[in-house]
Design a protein around this ligand. Structure first.
Ligand code: ZN
Ligand code: FE
Length: 252
């Protein structure tokens, strides 16, 4: 059984700390080493490995400093992205073992072309691909690539816990409530989220079950979503609905 803890970094990043019961741990996307080193020291944890989802600086910026403190650190990351300090390159279908649990590597292009996600022990570490009530911007990939990537993630079991890399839930909700005004789950989630944020509580992890109810980017087959992008989409296919939704959100 693995435990996951969040280490907030920058304005809204989460660096995820996965630890076993013997004081060994792994961090996901350490954009900054300072808050990680602080938690490791406070909790007397030893860092064994780093998992990287994609090459953006807010996800990799702490690698070199962490390697200085832990020279034997295994740094796992996507084979097709230029990331300094990687010791184990992975691609779709590869497996990474963490403390006896197998994590599967999924290729999820869209936000970046080489973006990967890691899933195991009922937990999904998806970087900037799927957020709560949103998805990552298309910096490198096409709408079709991101749409397929989200489909791949949505096919995981409903109980899967979603550990994304940013706390964007409140601002994503503002958009989702415009895109799908009459979704009762969304209205309820807005209340939960505003209460949690007012108390300084993280809204992450979410679950896939919850995201299927509230995330417009996972709901492109819904007539209500198709209707709200009708004047922005070139046709009413699920893919074009997704593309129109993403363009709309980019300028929201
Ligand atoms: Zn990113
Ligand atoms: Fe990011």
């Amino acid at each position: 059984m693995l435990t996951v803890q969040s280490i907030p970094a920058f304005n809204d990043n989460y660096i995820w700390l996965i630890h076993n019961s013997h004081n060994h741990c792994v961090v996901v996307d350490p954009g900054d080493a300072t808050p990680v080193l602080k938690v490791l020291e406070e909790q007397s944890l030893t860092l064994d490995a780093i998992l990287i989802t994609h090459h953006h600086h807010d996800h990799i910026g702490g690698i070199s400093e962490l390697k200085r403190h832990y020279p034997n650190l295994n740094v796992v990351g996507p084979a097709s992205e230029p990331i300094p300090g990687i010791s184990q390159s992975v691609e779709d279908g590869d497996q990474v073992e963490l403390f006896g649990e197998r994590f599967m590597v999924l290729s999820v292009p869209g936000h970046t072309l080489g973006h990967v996600a890691y899933v195991g022990d009922g937990k999904l570490f998806c970087g900037d691909t799927l957020f709560s009530v949103g998805c990552g911007r298309l910096f490198e990939g096409t709408p079709a690539q991101m749409f397929q990537s989200l489909k791949k993630l949505a096919s995981l079991p409903d109980e899967t816990e979603i550990y994304c890399a940013h706390e964007y839930t409140s601002s994503n909700l503002a958009f989702a409530l415009v895109a799908e005004q009459d979704n009762p789950h969304l209205q309820r989630y807005r209340e939960d989220v505003s209460r949690m944020r007012a108390q300084g509580i993280s809204t992450i992890p979410s679950t896939l079950r919850q995201e299927k109810l509230v995330n417009p980017f996972l709901r492109c087959e819904q007539p209500s979503i198709k209707k709200s992008v009708a004047d922005k989409a070139f046709d009413d296919s699920d893919l074009e609905t997704f593309a129109a939704l993403r363009r709309w959100k980019d300028n929201f």
